[in-house]
Design a protein around this ligand. Structure first.
Ligand code: GLU
Length: 517
């Protein structure tokens, strides 16, 4: 790297951060960390019409939850503060004026109706290109067509105006994208984009380029949807005399819907019932009267490290079969060279698989904490679980679940006496022999005065089986159904240790009464 690495994630606070945005942030973060550089978060909020209250806070919280700590941001500040474009308003105008002064941009006074009329004229003449450009501006009201005095007079009388870039008529704009290679665009396909709006605020294009320059950004890593805007940005670097400082561009492929057709959207999440946002979001866009709560990955039970691993592999591949990577593994191994051009399909099943792996690997104490926090509000409200019990439950269940909260659904018997007994098991496995074995086992347990531990319970069970010359499989399903109500599950003596001696005995007694009847 010939230049200190400084990369930025530059979201617009127009709503919740989409999972694709988290991936963009992640790739920027990894690139910065790998090169000992800086990861910057800049809020691009110059489009007041699309501003959504709460979105900035949401974005910052979401990145923090994902573990993507910024070196510079609106929250932590930094040497190039402020990092929110609406707080930098004053900065942009001078550059727009500099471009006007050097003849690379111009004032345009056309009203919306005049622009509409221009388009209508072009349409009537069957023109293909309806944009405000090097040809059409000749018929419009701007500082290229009006006299210097008139422009001055209009400016002096506070007439609304915008500043547009002078997009050349015939020029090839070239730049190299790290992922997509050399891109060549003919300027006749581009228009005279507005740089400074009539409200005095810059458009995304001007603010983005000015800030990337002022913040000494070395690499722009962003979604592919910005690739068509890049020729304009390249031209702005040239026009502002900053060509030498132009960052390297890397445009990332987009995430596709599960069908592979079209970009993954917020609606897909609602439609298919999977999260597309990192955190919960109260959405008012669909229906302002009736906000809807959209669950995030966090609330659905995804661990941040699993989500990071999952999205890291959406577009990037390590070139090996390895799939599990921690954030610090990724910092070492990630490279933009291994980001493909093809748009990856978003596959939530893969996301669940990653979560399973990370749940399985969590230590018992941490998983117990997460599991306790996931307790459903209504269910098992009577249950104060001790941390010790929760740890035992975490240890017992972690290899069998996808999300910590699955424990509540999958193993309700850990928290309450079964209300139903699996009928299939009863039909096949419940018989006199099993019932009298359970009766005797229960009595053995009653008279047992030692420490209540799974291995002890197991030993008592084995001994009795031996005395009775019975095979494990003969009575186990029936015993399990007494304790859990189900035909399958984790180690039964461990379950019995967790629920305790008295509860185990109570369950056997209850089952013997209920099932026999
Ligand atoms: N504000 C733009 C967005 O929301 C940023 C694009 C860029 O990174 O240049 O996507």
């Amino acid at each position: 790297m010939d230049k200190a690495v400084r990369v930025r994630f530059a979201p617009s606070p127009t709503g919740a951060l989409h999972i694709g945005g988290v991936r963009t942030a992640l790739y920027n973060y990894l690139f910065a960390r790998q090169h000992g550089g800086q990861f910057i978060i800049r809020i691009e909020d110059t489009d007041q019409t699309r501003f959504v209250p709460g979105a900035e806070e949401y974005i910052l919280n979401a990145l923090e939850w994902a573990g993507l700590k910024a070196d510079e941001s609106p929250a932590v500040g930094g040497p190039y503060a402020p990092y929110r474009q609406s707080d930098r308003k004053e900065i942009y105008r001078q550059y727009a004026e500099q471009l006007v002064a050097s003849g690379k941009a111009y004032y345009a006074f056309d009203t919306e109706d005049e622009i509409k009329a221009m388009r209508a004229r072009l349409e009537a003449a069957k023109a293909k290109n309806l944009s405000y450009n090097a040809l059409t501006r000749r018929q419009m009201k701007n500082s290229f067509t009006l006299s210097a005095e008139e422009v001055k007079a209009r400016l002096a009388s506070d007439e609304p105006y915008v500043i547009r870039i002078d997009m050349p008529l015939k020029e090839e704009i070239r730049f190299e994208d790290t992922i997509f290679g050399w891109i060549k665009v003919h300027s006749s396909t581009l228009d005279d984009k507005v740089l400074l709006k009539s409200d005095g605020l810059p458009t995304y294009h001007l603010a983005n380029v000015v800030d990337d320059y002022l913040m000494k950004i070395s690499h722009v890593i962003r979604g592919k949807e910005w690739l068509p805007s890049t020729p304009l940005h390249v031209l702005l670097y040239q026009y502002l005399g900053w060509e030498k400082f132009m960052p390297k561009f890397a445009h990332l492929p987009l995430l596709l819907k599960p069908s592979g057709k079209g970009k993954l959207s917020k609606r897909d999440g609602i439609k298919f019932g999977f999260p597309v946002f990192p955190l919960e979001w109260i959405d008012t866009e669909e229906n302002t009267e009736n906000p809807i709560k959209i669950m995030g990955f966090k609330e659905e039970g995804y661990l941040p490290e699993a989500l990071v691993n999952f999205i890291a592999l959406m577009g990037w591949n390590p070139g090996t079969e390895q799939e599990l990577f921690s954030l610090s593994d990724l910092v070492h191994i990630f490279s933009l060279d291994r980001v493909g051009k093809n748009d990856p399909i978003f596959d939530i099943e893969k996301g669940k698989w990653f979560n399973q792996q990370y749940i399985k690997d969590k230590n018992d104490a941490d998983l117990a904490q997460i599991f306790l926090e996931s307790q459903p509000k209504s269910a098992f409200a009577h249950l104060p679980l001790s941390l010790e019990q929760a740890q035992k439950i975490a240890a017992l269940m972690k290899a069998r679940i996808t999300f910590a909260q699955d424990i509540w659904n999958d193993a309700p018997y850990l928290f309450e006496i079964p209300t139903n007994y699996d009928e299939k098991v009863i039909k096949k496995q419940w018989n006199q022999e099993a019932a009298s074995f359970i009766e005797e086992f229960k009595e053995e347990l009653k008279s047992y005065g030692g420490e209540w531990k799974a291995d002890r319970v197991h030993m008592i069970l084995e001994k009795l089986l031996e005395v009775k010359s019975l095979k494990f499989g003969k009575v186990m399903p029936a015993l399990r159904v007494c304790i859990t109500g189900l035909g399958g599950g984790p180690d039964l003596s461990a379950v019995m240790e967790i629920i305790g001696k008295e509860e185990s005995i109570r369950r056997m007694e209850t089952a013997l009464q209920k099932i026999a009847a």
